[in-house]
Design a protein around this ligand. Structure first.
Ligand code: 1QQ
Length: 429
């Protein structure tokens, strides 16, 4: 019932470009009604849908027994941040079906409880409180933004509830507290890869302009990494431009940047604002390379900058091409319901649920889940998460004592647009 409601909401979100919230195209892309309806039919717009047939699910559920184990997933399902969060919902729902089909937690099913955080701190804090106090979850995968994590994750930490950030990449996330870890590698190790690829594509790059959303913790952290990388490489860093994630008009920043005459522009923002800045840079005549940060790392940005998204370079913490059994199975499960390869945010959300499932199995093997009261279970689970090693679609991962993810391989992709709405991420490294 709950899953059905969520699926319908997500389907509506696809059709209306939002679920009870302003359409991303309306509010940010200067979208007309036409753009919205085109988005609805776009193959590349995120279309959360069947992630496993109901028949399969009930068949597998029959093999499981015992009380379902509630696991919270708190991500943005509404508002502009849902451009990123929708992909996380798909990844988490695939993981729920996938691991339950494989026996859940030693025969007990896991029950993924989705709570919409929307795009701000208050929404994330409310979702965390509901999951912790009403749903009595064993742990939480979430929230979507680092900006939200700095508000909501301390709530879980104080309550002794383990949190895995599925996409929190700013500096300082694992340091929030003992119960806070992440599966999303930090910008400091992911972002520099994009600059290296830009230099491979244009060895004559000398002058670099950067712009970032100064009201967003991730964007602020990521631009710091980009600026340091540019400087370390001996390139010229032009005076930095700033904007807000709520901005829609970037004429001033785009004009200033074009006046700086750069050969590379690096944008750290979220999908709607960042995509609009890319669009307006191109409309005003900028023809050089553009790097987009992690906030533009979604096919949902295609409806924002259309054909003008073409060529944007984005570093990746996931590749669908990674050669491993678990990744092949994940890609198969994802492509059964979607008509494109899985994106990074889906793979990371899947991984967050996977780590919880495998750590729950470790606790059960070690102490028996039934022997533990909820607070003890949450604490044992947190310890098991940090102690474990996991073979995930992201590759083999583990955690530092602090809760930082150890991940080996990173990638770079480049957007290739076919038409105003349809495109793909081509892996160039
Ligand atoms: C962060 C991010 C976002 C772009 C994830 C959706 O990396 O907020 O840390």
């Amino acid at each position: 019932m709950r899953r059905g409601t969520i699926s319908i909401c997500l389907l509506l979100a696809t059709l209306l470009a939002a679920c009870g919230a302003p359409s991303p195209t309306d509010s940010a892309a200067g979208g007309s009604e036409e753009a919205t309806s085109e988005e609805a039919t776009s193959e590349e717009a995120s279309s959360p849908s069947e992630d496993g047939s109901p028949a399969e699910e009930s068949e597998s559920a029959a093999e499981l027994s015992g009380e379902p184990i509630p696991l919270g997933v708190a991500v943005a399902q509404t508002g502009n941040v849902a451009l990123l969060g929708q992909e996380q919902v798909i990844g988490a729902e695939i993981a729920e079906a996938f691991f339950n089909e494989r026996g859940g937690v030693n025969g007990r099913p896991i029950d993924v409880l989705l709570q919409d955080t929307a795009g701000d701190e208050a929404g994330a804090s409310n979702a965390f409180n509901t999951l912790i106090n009403q749903n009595e979850v064993v742990g939480i995968v979430g929230p979507t933004l680092s900006q939200q994590a700095f508000a909501a994750s301390p709530i879980a930490d104080r309550a002794g509830v383990p949190v895995l950030g599925p996409s929190n990449t700013a500096a300082g996330i694992p340091e929030i507290g003992d119960y806070v870890a992440r599966v999303s590698a930090p910008v400091s190790v992911v972002a520099p890869n994009a600059v290296e690829v830009a230099l491979e594509q244009d060895p004559d790059i000398q002058s670099v302009s950067v712009a970032y959303a100064q009201n967003d913790a991730f964007s602020t952290s990521e631009t710091g990494t980009f600026q340091a990388t540019v400087t370390e490489l001996g390139l010229t860093l032009n005076p930095v431009q700033t904007f807000q994630t709520t901005d829609t008009d970037f004429t001033s920043q785009a004009s200033t940047i074009i006046g700086q005459n750069p050969q590379l522009v690096i944008v750290s923002g979220l999908a709607a604002d960042g995509g609009n800045l890319v669009r307006q840079l191109r409309e005003l005549g900028y023809a050089g390379l553009i790097i987009g940060g992690n906030g533009l790392n979604t096919a949902n940005v295609f409806t924002v900058c259309g054909l003008l998204c073409d060529g944007v370079i984005i570093a990746q913490a996931y590749s669908p091409e990674l050669d491993s059994d678990i990744n092949a199975e994940f890609v198969e499960a994802y492509t059964a319901g979607q008509d494109r390869n899985p994106p990074q945010f889906s793979a990371q959300a899947f991984t967050g649920v996977q780590v919880f499932v495998e750590a729950l199995i470790a606790v059960d093997d070690d102490q028996g889940l039934d022997s533990l009261e909820l607070p003890e279970l949450r604490t044992a689970l947190n310890e098991a998460i940090l102690a474990g090693e996991y073979d995930t679609p992201l590759g083999p991962i583990s955690f530092t004592e602090e809760g930082e993810v150890n991940q080996e391989q990173f990638y770079v992709a480049q957007i290739e647009m076919e038409d105003e709405q349809t495109g793909s991420f081509t892996f160039v490294r």
